[in-house]
Design a protein around this ligand. Structure first.
Ligand code: UD1
Ligand code: MG
Length: 456
């Protein structure tokens, strides 16, 4: 069967009270529309048509990487009118799945079942909810067959008591959309062209309308305001944390872990509270992540520990390394096995060799460091001359005394030794001691300056 997907995403989302189009608001680090497009693509359709209107340019720009066909709906005259804009792009022999750009968590299995139910005619995804207020209600005849949908605003009191609702998601043969949509009128309370009206038109022609129930309510929840967005976010995060625990990860608090991207974990990984993972993060066996850490696009090899309050971005951490507490690892940081980066240390484009230590209060940028180097507290690589960035190369076994200033471009060969408090501007050969600081003078009998003491 040939599948095409239409995603309705032209609405403004007034209740978000935001200048950003609703479908661009983020859930777990991805826009609502991106969730829906990604789910659609996993059904392997021949085409995905996205109907856009409000903020169309921005929406297209933000999702430019996705293989979708953009369809413009200049005026939002209703869901039926929205789908109609995409109809000319459909192949007549396709089955068409209609999704909403603001219903982000609908599952692939639910959609596959809906598509399967639409082989011979329209099929609707319905749900039973505790409070159906605002939704379209499902109308059935005495045999239980679906005969139509009535919008809340058009419904009688009796109809409003129906708890089975229209999720809005439906599937139908393309031919049915081509037949019925042009016949849908807007003679209703909202003056809109309602998509579900195709169902009663089909029934009037003696066709049967199938229906499927969503596996869970969360799948069909739409986002209308920031409260609902947050409810979905928390539910989504809770599910991810639960899945990790089932895979053997020790999560300190299911409610205090946010994964905004993908996280893969080895065995016996432990994650403390208030940790945020962004982009692609991978944690090897036995990795420990302390509380209040942020890791974005980071690989951490087995046995490494990231201590509390550390912020890591585009970094690779080797086996048994120790990072933090309070470390900031910026893009291009690579720590080899057993390296240690301690508190109040910032690194950027820094290759730090096996067992090397930068334990306190340092800035190491544009630097290649060999193995077993010891960098004393307060060491700074001066990588920027105001115009260009320059590199610092530090050989294996080098000792950099505390409070050293290493002015790049600079090479310190193996086993070099930098005396504490030095400003190093010239290369240091293997095994040399470099001292660059004024000699200490001690003055005997020196008188401290002092004010005469006054009585008060
Ligand atoms: C719709 C359904 C209702 C269902 C509910 C589920 C209709 C007439 N009603 O109502 O039965 O219970 O969803 O949430 O279909 N959109 C466009 N272009 C338009 C109008 C809407 O792209 O011209 C998009 C919106 O951006 C949104 C989606 O379609 O993503 C649904 O539109 P909305 O106005 O929220 O429909 P509801 O009134 O909630
Ligand atoms: Mg709605």
């Amino acid at each position: 069967m040939k599948l095409e997907v239409i995603i309705l995403a032209a609405g403004q989302g007034t209740r978000m009270k935001s200048s950003l189009p609703k479908v661009l608001h983020q859930l777990a680090g991805r826009s609502l529309l991106e969730h829906v497009i990604a789910t659609s693509l996993s059904l392997q359709p021949v085409a995905v048509h996205v109907v856009i209107g409000h903020g169309a340019e921005l929406v297209q720009q933000e999702l430019a990487d996705f293989p979708v066909n953009w369809v413009f709906q200049h005026e939002q005259l209703g869901t039926g009118h929205g789908v109609l804009q995409a109809v000319p792009a459909l192949a007549p022999d396709s089955t068409v799945l209609v999704l909403y750009g603001d219903v982000p968590l609908v599952g692939v299995e639910t959609l596959a079942a809906l598509v399967a139910a639409a082989a011979a005619g329209p099929a609707l995804l319905t749900a039973r909810v505790a409070d159906p207020t605002g939704y379209g209600r499902i109308l059935r005849d005495s045999t239980g067959a679906l005969v139509g949908v009535v919008e809340h605003k058009d419904a009688t009191d009796e109809q409003r008591r129906i708890s089975e609702i229209n999720t809005g998601l439906l599937a139908a043969p393309a031919g049915d959309l081509m037949d019925y949509l042009p016949q849908v009128g807007n003679n209703n309370k909202q003056g809109e062209y309602y998509l579900p009206d195709i169902l009663s038109l089909a029934v009037a022609r003696g066709r049967t309308v199938a229906s499927c129930q969503a596996a869970s309510e969360i799948e069909v929840l739409g986002v209308n305001d920031r409260v609902q967005l947050n409810q979905l976010e928390r539910e989504y995060q809770r599910r991810q944390a639960e899945a990790l625990m089932r895979e053997g990860v020790a999560v300190a608090d299911i409610n205090r872990l946010d994964i905004r991207g993908t996280l893969s974990c080895g065995r016996d990984v432990s994650i403390d509270v208030n940790v945020v993972f962004e982009g692609r993060v991978s944690l090897g066996d036995g990795v420990v992540i302390g509380p209040n850490c942020v890791l974005q696009d980071v690989t951490v090899a087995a046995g490494a520990t990231i201590h509390a309050m550390s912020h890591l971005q585009e970094a690779r951490i080797g086996e048994r390394c120790s990072v933090g507490p309070f470390a900031r690892l910026r893009p291009g940081t690579v720590l080899a096995e057993g390296a240690r980066v301690g508190n109040f240390v910032e690194t950027k484009k820094a290759d730090i060799g096996v067992g090397s230590k930068v334990n306190h209060l340092s800035y190491i940028g544009d630097c290649v460091m060999g193995d077993h180097v010891n960098v004393g507290a307060g060491t700074i690589t001066c990588n920027y001359d105001g115009v260009n960035k320059h590199k610092t190369e530090i050989g294996s076994g080098v000792f950099v005394g505390s409070n050293s200033t290493l002015v790049a471009p600079l090479q310190i060969a193996e086993q070099g030794f930098i005396a504490a408090g030095s400003t190093i501007t010239r290369g240091v050969e293997a095994g040399e001691l470099a001292v660059s600081r004024s000699r200490q003078r001690n003055i005997q009998g020196w008188q401290r300056p002092g004010k005469p003491r006054t009585e008060d």
